[in-house]
Design a protein around this ligand. Structure first.
Ligand SMILES: NC(=O)c1ccc[n+]([C@@H]2O[C@H](COP(=O)([O-])OP(=O)(O)OC[C@H]3O[C@@H](n4cnc5c(N)ncnc54)[C@H](O)[C@@H]3O)[C@@H](O)[C@H]2O)c1
Length: 455
């Protein structure tokens, strides 16, 4: 099938590459000329396991092309995926300007029937707004072409995006019951048929329910994280090991083990903004989502917990103190630092007067970019970008771990001890067993694991 992807970011590039891998003829559009130039020269703008190979293979086979040419992109695809960003507006609602601009672009150039797929995460009712924006552009041109707007939210996880797209646990498609809507549904069914061979994974529903499903999923996941974080902070006070509790409750099939990890707070481009956007939608309908308000507040506080533990241990005035930070990306296997807890920690330690050495296996370039935005020149001068985990440790008083990269899970503790001034580890992801750390001679501060320091 001929597919156009509008917006070649995390979701757009993965969607385009994976649909090309299945044999479709894919046109990826972006307004960012540098991104398109990079892709056309064989580069990949994001770190995502397996993506480079899929893109290279399909580029070589002529099944995927990258361009900034809007007219050509509209002419190309019978199915036009909108995968542009939906960042939070000032009031927390999803900013739909890019989605609506994409819709208008389609209306300004289309001549025959098109299926417009909202893949971006968009609030309930956006399908109607996309339809209106596109129709307005068509009317202005005096063109009488038909189309249908479908909602197909994306559930991929950064760091496992190719795998998630290729082996989805569900595909949600919302369409309307008009003849155009049914025609669009038939085309979507054909496009996704390869994913449904083993068993049917598609859930068909109306557009609004599909839009809502995506927010409900992310809000549920964020709720589990904030729930565990709040309990972990209590666990720290009452001398309970939150990891033991996690096992104890996760074994109940009604609860399950996933997404029950206490840590340094959730970040990334989705949970924070999606929780906010759903709250905002509720407020527009005079409802207050009390649980989600708490989820967000708990997460904002949680991002400060690691820094507070450092301050509690080393004092509020950290002038003259130097710390190593391992892990900058908001989660492993990505270089994405949007809303990353590490950014809050760096700010907190610098504000208290400390200097830091930071290291991440893949996000160093992104870290240099975002920290230059977060910090002024004097603050930035107090951040050293280390070349390896051990390089970050030299001269540091303690190690603070913020992202659970595999490479940090079994480090050389003997070496860590020799390089650090004090054998102190603050572990924002509960990677190690407190007992083992005590035996190895470390003072260990996890999240909700202070059982050993109980009096
Ligand atoms: N990143 C994720 O893990 C993830 C997962 C599921 C859903 N989503 C949702 O998918 C959407 C996209 O997220 P992302 O992380 O891929 O964003 P992104 O910022 O990585 O990519 C968006 C791209 O769209 C381009 N763009 C903006 N306006 C355009 C226009 N009019 N025409 C063509 N290109 C345009 C931008 O230049 C950018 O390259 C968001 O709504 C997000 O919430 C993201």
């Amino acid at each position: 099938m001929k597919i156009t992807i509008i917006g070649t970011g995390y979701v757009g590039l993965v969607t385009g590459a994976c649909l090309a891998e299945l044999g479709n003829d894919v046109f990826c559009l972006d307004v960012d000329q540098r991104k398109i130039d990079l892709l056309n020269s064989g580069g990949i703008p994001i770190h995502e396991p397996g993506l480079e190979e899929v893109v290279a293979r399909n580029r070589a086979a002529g099944r995927i092309q990258f361009s900034t040419d809007v007219a050509a992109s509209v002419a190309h695809g019978d199915v036009q995926f909108i995968a542009v960003g939906t960042p939070p507006d000032e009031d927390g609602s999803a900013d739909l300007q890019y989605v609506l601009a994409a819709a208008r672009n389609i209306g300004q150039h289309m001549t025959g029937f098109k299926v417009i797929v909202d893949k971006s995460t968009v609030p309930v009712g956006t399908g109607d707004r996309v339809k209106a924006a596109l129709q307005e552009a068509l009317t202005a041109r005096g063109v009488d072409a038909t189309f249908s707007v479908v909602s197909n939210p994306e559930f991929l996880k950064e760091g496992a995006a190719v795998e998630d797209f290729m082996r989805p646990d569900r595909i949600v498609i919302g369409h309307d019951k008009t003849p155009e809507g049914e025609k669009a549904a038939a085309m979507m069914k054909k496009l996704y048929a390869p994913f449904n061979r083993n068993h049917e994974r598609t859930f068909w529903m109306d557009v609004r329910s599909a839009e809502f499903t995506k927010y409900a999923a992310n809000s549920m996941l964020a709720t589990r994280i904030s729930f565990m974080n709040e309990l972990a902070n209590l666990a720290d006070r009452v001398g309970v090991d939150i990891e033991a509790v996690r096992h104890g409750i996760g074994s109940d099939p009604r609860i399950g083990h996933s997404f029950l990890y206490a840590g340094a707070g959730y970040g990334g481009s989705c949970f924070p903004k999606d929780v906010q956007a759903l709250e905002r939608t509720a407020r527009q309908y005079d409802q207050d989502l009390l649980i989600l308000r708490a989820v967000e507040a708990v997460n904002d506080k949680q991002k400060l917990v690691l820094g507070q533990k450092v301050i509690k241990r080393f004092g509020a005035d950290l002038n003259g103190h130097h710390f190593a930070i391992w892990g900058l990306a908001f989660k492993p296997n990505t270089d994405d630092m949007r809303e990353a807890p590490a950014r809050v920690l760096v700010r907190q330690l610098l504000d208290a007067g400390a200097t830091v050495a930071v290291y991440d296996p893949v996000a160093m370039e992104e870290a240099k970019r975002v920290l230059a935005l977060d910090l002024n020149a004097a603050e930035l001068a107090r951040v050293r970008f280390a070349t390896s985990p051990t390089d970050a440790l030299s001269g540091a008083e303690a190690l603070v771990i913020v992202t659970e990269w595999k490479a940090f899970r079994s480090p050389d503790f003997v070496k860590i001890k020799t390089l650090l001034k004090h054998a102190v580890i603050f572990d924002g992801r509960n990677l190690f067993a407190p007992e083992a750390m005590a035996e190895a001679g470390f003072e260990y501060h996890g999240i909700g694991r202070s059982i050993l320091t109980r009096s």
